[in-house]
Design a protein around this ligand. Structure first.
Ligand code: NIG
Ligand code: FE
Length: 418
């Protein structure tokens, strides 16, 4: 056989489940193959087999995996990719103990990034987004979700969504777009958040027509939007043909997780303080729980999502960075995998499901990403690690050796002794 790319000498291969999302106890069952090779043609995986068989192939390019770990490219199903400015000056407020929602109430936090995003030109926002995407790629991420939500007016929300589109076209990483116009209440609507939500909902038809987003999301939280408001907003979004997500139970347990299960949201995200009832409902629904433990860490809270109970109850769990300028400022999904191990007590097998197949399903990309199987996109990472247990264990650094997207090498570690 002749292939474009042959990856040989794979020490340990995690193909991940072809059917997903993977729920409950099955998340702890991982297929681990040894001494394998992969053949790629036209950006797709066309063959997977024992390394011996691969030796008979001819290839345009051969990559020797040197007996290392090989997995699907990571999928980050929750990021706020496009934003102006940064908020390093809020760090001292945090250290003084000023709560996240209090900073927002005073016009800082999300609202400060809204001001910077309004000021930034399309070109500036795109350049910055591409910079962050490059860094994500270096960490082994080949597909992400990216939200708007730092505009909160028609013009700026559209600007953000257009930048997401341009970034998706320009950068090899695939970006799934989410409209998060309901991310905060702008000061002018402080006393009339219903009217603000009407304004954002009035954009649905235009966003759909221009094909600027697949998902609609809302921040259901104390001082932001209530469960009743969220229900109405997301129902309207569904009527317009959008799939929906919720920022649910991040700081206060309002019941966003229950709502997500009730209305058939594709995912409920955060879940740090989800109630017992919420866990039960999530487990008995098709909704994927996207846990963002880096945010809990970064906000200085000790209330981590009860991932163990969620998985034991039968839920499908994904994990994500929540990359954004306020509550989790990192593109490093590998670090989040370590936090999931240390604080959520997830097993390595559960964590790998959570950043590949389940993450892909949480953004409707289960058919192309998150799995190494014939016919899927050749999104593949070779890790400087002997096995899959190693990545969550050795924390805070980048373990990627070679990152491949659609059959092309996207990133290669530059080592002095490489
Ligand atoms: O997912 N919770 C709301 N939105 C983001 C934070 C955005 C920000 O602080 O800029 C989150 O944590
Ligand atoms: Fe978020």
């Amino acid at each position: 056989m002749h292939v474009d790319l042959l990856i040989t000498n794979i020490g340990e291969l995690l193909p991940m489940a072809q059917q997903g999302p993977v729920k409950g106890k099955q998340m702890n069952e991982l297929t681990v193959l040894h001494d394998m090779a992969i053949g790629v043609k036209d950006g797709k995986i066309i063959w997977i087999g024992p390394r011996q068989e691969g030796k008979g192939f001819t290839a345009e390019k051969t990559v020797d995996a040197e007996n290392k770990l090989v997995t699907p490219g990571l999928v980050d199903p929750h990021t706020h990719l496009v934003f102006g400015g940064s908020r390093e000056r809020e760090m001292s407020l945090k250290q003084q103990g000023v709560p996240y929602l209090e900073i927002l109430k005073q016009g800082g936090g999300i609202l400060s990034t809204v001001a910077s995003t309004k000021q930034a030109s399309d070109e500036e926002l795109l350049k910055k987004a591409l910079f962050h995407l490059d860094r994500m790629a270096s960490y082994g991420i080949t597909t992400i979700e990216g939200k708007s939500g730092y505009g909160l007016d028609r013009e700026t929300e559209l600007k953000q969504l257009e930048v997401v589109r341009a970034a998706n076209e320009k950068h090899p990483i695939d970006i799934v777009s989410t409209f998060l116009g309901a991310h905060a209440i702008p000061p002018a609507y402080k006393e009339n958040s219903d009217l603000f939500l009407d304004k954002m909902a009035a954009m649905f038809a235009e966003i759909k027509e221009k094909d600027l987003a697949e998902f609609v999301d809302i921040f259901t939280e104390t001082g932001v939007f209530t469960v009743a408001q969220s229900r109405k907003f997301l129902q309207t979004a569904k009527e317009h043909g959008f799939a929906v997500k919720i920022h649910a139970d991040e700081i206060d347990p309002l019941g966003g997780t229950e709502l997500a299960a009730d209305i058939g949201a594709v995912s409920a995200d955060h879940l740090a303080v989800t109630s017992d009832e919420g866990i039960e409902k999530l487990a008995n629904s098709e909704t994927i729980g996207v846990i963002l433990p880096g945010t809990t860490f970064y906000l200085g809270s000790n209330e981590y999502a009860r991932a163990r109970e969620m998985i034991d109850a039968g839920a499908a769990i994904a994990i994500a960075t929540d990359f954004n300028p306020g509550s989790c400022v990192t593109e490093n999904l590998q670090l989040i995998m370590s936090i999931a191990a240390l604080r959520l007590k997830m097993s390595p097998a559960e964590i790998w499901h959570a950043v590949t197949v389940n993450a892909a399903h949480a953004i409707h990309r289960g058919d192309v990403a998150g799995t190494i199987a014939v016919g899927r996109n050749a999104d593949i990472v070779i890790w400087d690690a002997p096995n899959h247990l190693y990545i969550p264990y050795h924390y805070g650094v980048n373990h990627t050796n070679t990152v491949i997207k659609n059959g092309n090498v996207l990133y290669e570690r530059q080592g002095i002794f490489r």
